[in-house]
Every structure is written in C-alpha cells, then in structure tokens.
Write a protein that binds this ligand. Structure first.
Ligand SMILES: [Zn+2]
Length: 102
C-alpha cells in the first residue's frame, strides 16, 4: 500500500449533489498511479465528449481522506485477527432475484 488516498487504485469515486440529484464522479489521484486516470474519461465508450477527470485534490480534502482510509484499513486488519470478528459469510442468504444472469 503506497497511497492511502486512492488505496493504490489511482482514482477516487465521489458523489456530488446537483439539482437534487446525486451524481458519481471519478477523480484521479495525485500519486503516480493517478497519472493513468487523468484523461481516462475520454477513453470510455459511454462518456466520450468533454468529460474531464479532475484531480482528487481539487474535490476532496486528501489529508482527511487518507486518514479515513488508513483508519478503515487498520480496523479491518485488526478485525481479521479476532476470532469470529468478521462473521460467517456463508450464513448470509442471497435472494435469488439479486443474482445476476448476465
Ligand atoms: Zn493515490
């Protein structure tokens, strides 16, 4: 793990409210991995045109984001070491309708 802003993904997904609707946007990270995502929006089939990928530093407080990600990750790692900490995944019932047929 080199970057706690994007968790080494190179991008961060964020939501923004406009006219009462919530939209999801992608921001590229400021770390080296983020370079791969800087113009990626223009390569997407569905969203060609003037789609512009902003830097995460323009949108969010990267220090707070990194701090939150760091905390979340460490809590998960701590949970893994607890006996029965995370729970039995097999016991979760998945409704048939929600299983995709794609
Ligand atoms: Zn990053």
């Amino acid at each position: 793990m080199n970057c706690y802003i994007c968790m080494d993904n190179g991008f961060v997904v964020y939501t923004k409210s406009e006219n009462g609707n919530k939209y999801r946007f992608v921001a590229h990270c400021t770390c080296p991995k983020g370079n791969d995502w800087q113009y990626d929006g223009r390569r997407l089939e569905e969203y060609k045109s003037e789609y512009y990928v902003k830097s995460v530093a323009e949108i969010l407080d990267t220090y707070e984001l990194a701090k939150a990600n760091y905390k979340a990750r460490n809590n998960i790692e701590m949970g893994d070491s607890y006996e029965g900490g995370i729970g039995d995944v097999e016991d979760v019932e998945v409704p048939q309708e929600s299983v995709g047929t794609a």
